[in-house]
Design a protein around this ligand. Structure first.
Ligand SMILES: NC(=O)c1ccc[n+]([C@@H]2O[C@H](COP(=O)([O-])OP(=O)(O)OC[C@H]3O[C@@H](n4cnc5c(N)ncnc54)[C@H](OP(=O)(O)O)[C@@H]3O)[C@@H](O)[C@H]2O)c1
Length: 334
């Protein structure tokens, strides 16, 4: 493609859609034809690279002729329009969970398995925000050691649930005395609280978010991880954190592990006595890893603390990196 591609962002009025427009404007400021799609127009505008874009209601007509479509709405919207757009030759990058575990659809973190993205029409799924931050350090370590067990506890920001959840946090923060939920994103108050449930409960007492961490990580890394997770929502606006325990096949010195991590694109190692925080990560595109240390009781055990911006690397930036991979790919499948 010699001229810039025609791009559509579906869900352009949401948190991920807005961040997608920001990251696209940073990395592709020359894009001319960018469509902002949502459920309805509502006379709204959104901003792209300093220009105001009119929001349009999604339909086959508003998607027609687009060469790249980012889906950041609901799974139902991705299901309805994603395969349709890909069949017409568009690169479709889906931020919803709809196609992530479909064996026909690559689930991509470009630094890990970007080779699965090719030039031209293709449906590519972008993983869950916590999964993206987790698989980068795991990928770095798996090049040198096998992993026999992974235990993860997350501390996930409210923006991970979307704009309605941020409104709930703001309303509860403004009225801290009342102690009741001020919204429907969470059934318990999130301000001043910690909720040991992200998404709904599913099989075996694990939530959907916990299953996503387990299944998506194994699909991306192509290996069994024996991973169990506890996903927790905390009253932070932006930036997911994860405490990770790895059981390796043999010991690894933390100094060496930091070298492996540092050598992996997309990772920033934070050295002791400092440590990464969601505020450090917010607004950036890297995955930060700190507190790298050997377990006190098992020489094969290793602890890490991981932080990333859930709206950027956990969503928008990863999706835009998939577009970059596609544009630079040489192979066009027959
Ligand atoms: N937030 C995160 O950190 C994160 C990370 C990774 C993946 N994701 C995924 O990204 C997607 C968007 O999340 P979000 O946090 O940005 O949600 P959000 O802030 O609630 O925004 C939802 C967006 O979807 C649009 N939408 C809803 N129903 C639609 C329909 N029937 N047709 C067209 N557009 C529709 C909304 O448009 P209107 O303004 O017209 O209602 C709005 O633009 C979700 O699938 C989510 O699971 C989110």
């Amino acid at each position: 493609m010699t001229r810039p591609p025609r791009v559509a962002v579906v869900g352009a009025t949401g948190l991920v859609g807005q961040t997608l427009l920001t990251v696209l404007g940073e990395r592709f400021p020359d894009l001319q034809d960018v469509r902002a799609l949502a459920e309805s127009s509502g006379g709204r505008t959104v901003s792209f690279a300093g220009r105001a874009l009119s929001v349009e209601a999604i339909s086959e007509e508003t998607l027609d002729g687009t060469e790249v479509v980012f889906f950041a709405a609901t799974s139902a919207v991705s299901e309805r329009f994603g395969p349709w757009a890909a069949a017409r030759g568009a690169l479709v990058v889906d931020k919803s969970s709809r196609f992530r575990m479909d064996p026909e659809v690559p689930l991509v973190v470009p630094e890990v398995n970007g080779h699965l993205v090719h030039r031209g029409g293709q449906l590519v799924a972008s993983p869950n925000c916590s999964t993206i931050a987790l698989v980068l350090p795991l990928f770095a370590i798996l090049r040198h050691r096998s992993v026999t067990r992974v235990l993860v506890s997350t501390y996930q920001a409210v923006s991970g649930t979307g704009r309605d959840a941020l409104s709930q946090l703001e309303a509860e923060t403004a009225d801290a005395q009342d102690g009741a939920p001020h919204g429907t994103a969470y059934s318990k108050p999130i301000a001043g609280n910690v909720l040991a449930q992200c998404d709904r409960l599913a099989e075996a007492g694990y939530t959907l978010e916990e299953w996503k961490l387990t299944r998506e990580s194994e699909k991306i890394l192509g290996t069994a991880l024996h991973l169990s997770a506890t996903a927790v929502r905390v009253p932070v606006r932006v930036g997911h954190a994860e405490s990770v325990y790895l059981e390796l096949d043999r010991p690894a010195d933390p100094v060496t592990v930091r070298e492996w991590l540092r050598a992996t694109p997309g990772i920033v190692v934070v050295e002791d006595p400092d440590y990464p925080t969601p505020r450090d990560a917010a607004g950036t595109d890297d995955v930060y890893v700190g507190r790298v240390r050997r377990d006190l009781h098992d020489p094969n055990g290793l602890h890490l603390f991981i932080v990333a911006d859930n709206l950027r690397k956990g969503a928008a930036t990863n999706a835009v990196q998939i577009l970059e991979r596609s544009l630079s790919a040489e192979t066009v499948p027959s």
